[in-house]
Design a protein around this ligand. Structure first.
Ligand SMILES: NC(=O)c1ccc[n+]([C@@H]2O[C@H](COP(=O)([O-])OP(=O)(O)OC[C@H]3O[C@@H](n4cnc5c(N)ncnc54)[C@H](O)[C@@H]3O)[C@@H](O)[C@H]2O)c1
Length: 419
C-alpha cells in the first residue's frame, strides 16, 4: 500500500526531534515542530538550533526560511506525529513516562482517522501500548490499534533513534532503522514515513521488540565499557599501562576491548539499562553490575586526583572537559562534570575548567569562587595537575612539551599513559 505524507508533526524539538524535523522538512514536506519550551521555539523560529550540533544550524535555517518547518508550543492537525520527548528515570530507576504521556494526551486532541503516531523516545517495553491507552482515554471516539487491530482509526509504531551526537545530521539519514508497529498495517505506514528521508535499511518488527532492541543496544555498550573500566582499575592496581595492555589484547583477531574513561554519561547509556534492570532484577545481574562499575569510576578518579593534590601546598588543577563525550556541549549525566563537582566539595584546590563547547560554567560549579572557566593555554600554563576528562579535538592537539612539568591524570588515554 502506498502512503504519501504532506504534513508531519514532530513533538519535542531537542537533540533528536529538531534534526528529525529539519531533515524531513528538507525533503519538501510541511513540518510542524512542537515543543513546550518557549525559548526553544523562539530560537527555531529564528532559524537557529538551540544547542550545538555540526551542520544542524544550516539545516534548520534553510527549513525555516523556506517555510517548510514551523515551530510552536501547541500541536495542530497533521497526518503523522513523531514523539521525541525525554524519558529519564524515577527514584526507583523505572522509566519516567510522564513526558510521553503528556505528549500523547496533547496530540490526542488534534488526531483524526487515518493518522499515524510514532514514538521515538527510548522507552521501557510496553510503552507504545500504554501510549495507545492514554490517547484512547482522551479520545474514546477513536479506535486505537491495540484494541482494534483489524480496523483502527489511528496507526501506532515504535521506531527508536540511534544517532550519535556530533554526527546526527549524517546518521539520521544513513543509519538503519527498526520499525515496530502495533500491527503489520501500522508498520507499513511507519515504514513509508521513514522512506522519505532514510537511506539505511528499514527493519520491520513489532513494537515491544523494537522497544527492547533499543535498550539492548545501550545495555550492550554499557557492559562493554564496564569491562574496559574494570581493566583500567586492574592495571592501576598492578602499576601497568592500561592503554598499552588493551591495545595489545586487541591484536587478537576476536577481541575488541573498548576504551576506558572517567565513567559513563549522557542520558542514554547511563539510564536506559535501568528500564530493564528495575523491571527484571533477577534476569539482569550482569547489567546491574556494569552500571555499578561505571558509576564507581568518577569516585576512583577523584581518589587518584586527591592523592596528587596532597603533594602541593596550594594546588591548581586544570580540568580539561565537562561534556559527557568529545566535541559536544551536552553535560547531562556527565562523569566529567561529576568529578569536577566532587573535587570542588572535597578539596580546596583551585580548579581551572576548560570546556570550549559551553559559554559559562553550569550553576553547580559557578557557585564556587575557586572554580574558573579559562582558556586551554591559561590552564596549561598555571596548573600543577592536569586532569584530562574529555577527548575534545582541541585537547588532542596539546603540545606535550607544554605539560611535561605537570602531573598528568589522563582518564581517557589522550597520551596513552605516557605521563
Ligand atoms: N540525544 C541522543 O543522543 C539520543 C539518542 C537516541 C535516543 N534518544 C532518546 O530520544 C528521546 C529524546 O531525547 P533528546 O536528547 O532529544 O531530549 P531533549 O531533552 O534534548 O529534547 C526533548 C524536548 O522535548 C520537549 N518536551 C518535553 N515534554 C514535551 C511535551 N509534552 N510536548 C512537546 N515537547 C516536549 C523538551 O522541552 C525538549 O526540548 C529520549 O527518550 C532519549 O533517550 C536520545
Amino acid at each position: 500500500m502506498e502512503f504519501e505524507y504532506q504534513k508531519i508533526s514532530v513533538i519535542g524539538l531537542g537533540y533528536i526531534g529538531l534534526p528529525t524535523a529539519a531533515t524531513i522538512a528538507s525533503r519538501g514536506i510541511d513540518v510542524v515542530g512542537v515543543d513546550v519550551s518557549q525559548s526553544a521555539v523562539r530560537a527555531i523560529s529564528q532559524g537557529k538550533a538551540h544547542f550545538s550540533e555540526p551542520d544542524l544550524d544550516m539545516l534548520v535555517q534553510s527549513a525555516v526560511s523556506t517555510k517548510k518547518l514551523r515551530a510552536q508550543t501547541t500541536p495542530e492537525e497533521a497526518e503523522a506525529f513523531i514523539i521525541a520527548v525525554p524519558t529519564p528515570f524515577l527514584d526507583d530507576h523505572s522509566g519516567d513516562l510522564s513526558y510521553v504521556e503528556a505528549a500523547g494526551r496533547s496530540i490526542a486532541k488534534v488526531l483524526k482517522p487515518d493518522d499515524l503516531v510514532i514514538l521515538e523516545s527510548t522507552s521501557p517495553v510496553g510503552t507504545t501500548q500504554k501510549l495507545c491507552g492514554w490517547i484512547a482515554e482522551e479520545r474514546p471516539d477513536l479506535r486505537l490499534p491495540d484494541r482494534h487491530p483489524d480496523n483502527p482509526d489511528i496507526h501506532m509504531a515504535y521506531c527508536p533513534e540511534r544517532i550519535l551526537p556530533g554526527r546526527m545530521v549524517f546518521e539520521l539519514v544513513e543509519n538503519d532503522r527498526i520499525i515496530g508497529g502495533i500491527t503489520e498495517a501500522c508498520t507499513d505506514k511507519a515504514e513509508a514515513l521513514y522512506e522519505i528521508f532514510v537511506r539505511g535499511e528499514l527493519h520491520r518488527t513489532n513494537a515491544p521488540t523494537a522497544e527492547l532492541v533499543k535498550i539492548m543496544e545501550n545495555a550492550y555498550r554499557d557492559v562493554n565499557i564496564a569491562f574496559a573500566n574494570e581493566m583500567s582499575t586492574v592495571c592501576d592496581a598492578l602499576d601497568l599501562n592500561a592503554w598499552e595492555a588493551i591495545n595489545l589484547a586487541n591484536r587478537h583477531p576476536r577481541v575488541n576491548v573498548l576504551k576506558p574513561g572517567p565513567g559513563v554519561g549522557g542520558h542514554c547509556i547511563a539510564i536506559d539499562p535501568w528500564f530493564l534492570i528495575s523491571r527484571l532484577p533477577n534476569q539482569t545481574p550482569l547489567m546491574r553490575m556494569a552500571r555499578k562499575v561505571n558509576d564507581a569510576k568518577p569516585g576512583i578518579i577523584l581518589s587518584k586526583t586527591r592523592h596528587q593534590i596532597e603533594r602541593f601546598r596550594k594546588p591548581v588543577v586544570a580540568c580539561l572537559g565537562l561534556a559527557y563525550k568529545p566535541d559536544v556541549d551536552d553535560l547531562r549525566e556527565s562523569p566529567a562534570l561529576k568529578i569536577v563537582e566532587m573535587l570542588a566539595k572535597d578539596s580546596d584546590a583551585d580548579l581551572l575548567v576548560v570546556e570550549p563547547h559551553i559559554a559559562s560554567l553550569p550553576d553547580v560549579l559557578a557557585q564556587y569562587e575557586r572554580i574558573k572557566k579559562v582558556t586551554l593555554e591559561d590552564a596549561l600554563e598555571r596548573a600543577d595537575i592536569i586532569l584530562v576528562l574529555v577527548g575534545h579535538k582541541k585537547f588532542k592537539k596539546i603540545d606535550s612539551r607544554k605539560i611535561y612539568e605537570s602531573v598528568v591524570i589522563d582518564t581517557i588515554g589522550l597520551w596513552k599513559g605516557r605521563f
